[in-house]
Design a protein around this ligand. Structure first.
Ligand code: CP3
Length: 351
């Protein structure tokens, strides 16, 4: 198999010089693409796609067939890890993930014994193997997990709650139970991510979307400490790690000491300010606001240029949006974004 080490994304992660800024897009395979909708409807829903390696592989590759993206990201979801806990996940159209039974007590946790039995997630590892074959060293493959905290918010709330009242109540009133849940999820996450690495992913991303709910010490205690445990357990591998959290700016003084290869930024954060704090410690990913893709070309050019100018360094930038791409984006605007970046980013990179 051809080596992937000299690909643009991996060079940018290592802060090596590149001739243009690499780009991939969170949720690049998804509902804004008509071919995704067609395959999903044929399969009978999202969960049927992610549990079927041939279909998950096909969907992962759809955006790469359309666009000159610099990475593929495994088509799956952070919540499939619930299979290791024996919790039944379903997705409802326009509602998102639903767990009919949630974690409310220590009793619920006591039933979770074989959380490292990762064979239950064989469909994910088989997708990775199919993808590695297809990508054949041409594009790197990003695998991922959710942070224990972010996954726990769904297991406790049972759905895409926008209020997070149950999980915040647990943080405030039953710290022990909260830590017990996070410990189990950390054990499961380590086993799961190790197996993704064994199956062939080139980069591992940790999505800590809802780390944004916690401030300062609470963020350290309930989210970051468990991310650190995962990081430590992966010290044996040189697969790089991207860590993403919303409200990145607010947390930058804690994050500046985090041992990761890349920090993913949300769109509310100023990449220039963050770059000044981080210096050359690790690469940065982001962070165009997805809504800019609803604007005309002139505005997109201006905003892309602004992002590159603010970053103001020749190495270590991976272009992305600050959140996942939404179903209301015109696929032609994604092509436009990629073309604009290819056009203007060389002047910010090494000749
Ligand atoms: O980025 C990628 O393309 C890789 C695949 C991927 C998905 N979800 C596919 C998906 C990844 C990395 C995720 C991560 C994920 N999943 C996160 C963290 C990142 C983030 O978006 O904040 C979270 C919180 C989830 C949980 C989840 N999955 C929710 C809340 C929802 C419903 C709401 C929504 O955003 O659509 C999903 C569904 C989901 N995951 C879809 C896709 C393509 C939509 C499925 C569909 O209805 O067709």
């Amino acid at each position: 198999m051809q080596s992937t080490h000299n690909l643009l994304l991996l060079k940018a992660i290592k802060k090596e010089p590149v001739h243009r800024t690499p780009i991939w897009i969170m949720r690049q395979a998804g509902r804004y693409l008509p071919e995704y909708i067609t395959t999903k409807n044929k399969a009978g829903g999202f969960i049927n796609l992610i549990r079927n390696p041939e279909l998950a592989c096909e969907i992962t590759l759809q955006p790469l067939q359309r666009y000159n993206l610099d990475a593929a990201i495994l088509f799956s979801d952070i919540l499939v890890i619930s299979d290791l806990l024996g919790m039944k996940l379903r997705f409802e159209e326009n509602k998102g993930p639903i767990f009919d039974k949630t974690i409310c007590s220590q009793k619920d946790l006591n039933t979770m014994t074989d959380v490292e039995d990762v064979d239950k997630l064989d469909y994910v590892f088989n997708t990775i193997k199919l993808l590695k074959n297809e990508l054949y060293g041409k594009k790197p493959l990003i695998g991922f997990i959710g942070s224990p905290w972010t996954v726990a918010t769904y297991l406790i709330e049972g759905n895409s709650s926008k209020k997070f009242s149950k999980v915040m109540l647990m943080v405030n009133e039953d710290e022990t139970l909260m830590h017990n849940i996070l410990n189990i999820l950390t054990t499961a996450s380590i086993a799961y991510l190790k197996k993704q690495i064994e199956a062939g992913i080139d980069v591992a991303m940790i999505f800590d979307t809802w780390g944004s709910l916690l401030k300062n010490e609470l963020y350290e205690k309930f989210s970051l400490n468990y991310v650190r445990k995962i990081r430590e357990a992966l010290a044996y591998t040189n697969v790089p790690i991207i860590y993403y959290v919303r409200q990145t700016s607010e947390k930058i003084n804690i994050l500046k000491n985090l041992d990761v290869d890349v920090l993913g930024l949300d769109s509310t954060s100023d990449i220039g300010v963050i770059k000044k704090v981080i210096g050359n410690k690790y690469a940065l990913q982001g962070n165009l606001d997805v809504n800019i893709l609803k604007e005309e070309e002139k505005i997109i050019v201006k905003k892309v240029d602004e992002t590159l100018k603010k970053y103001n360094s020749k190495t270590g930038h991976i272009f992305n949006l600050g959140t996942g791409i939404t179903p209301d984006i015109d696929p032609n605007k994604v092509k436009l974004l990629i073309d604009i970046l290819a056009d203007i980013s060389p002047k910010y990179n090494v000749k």
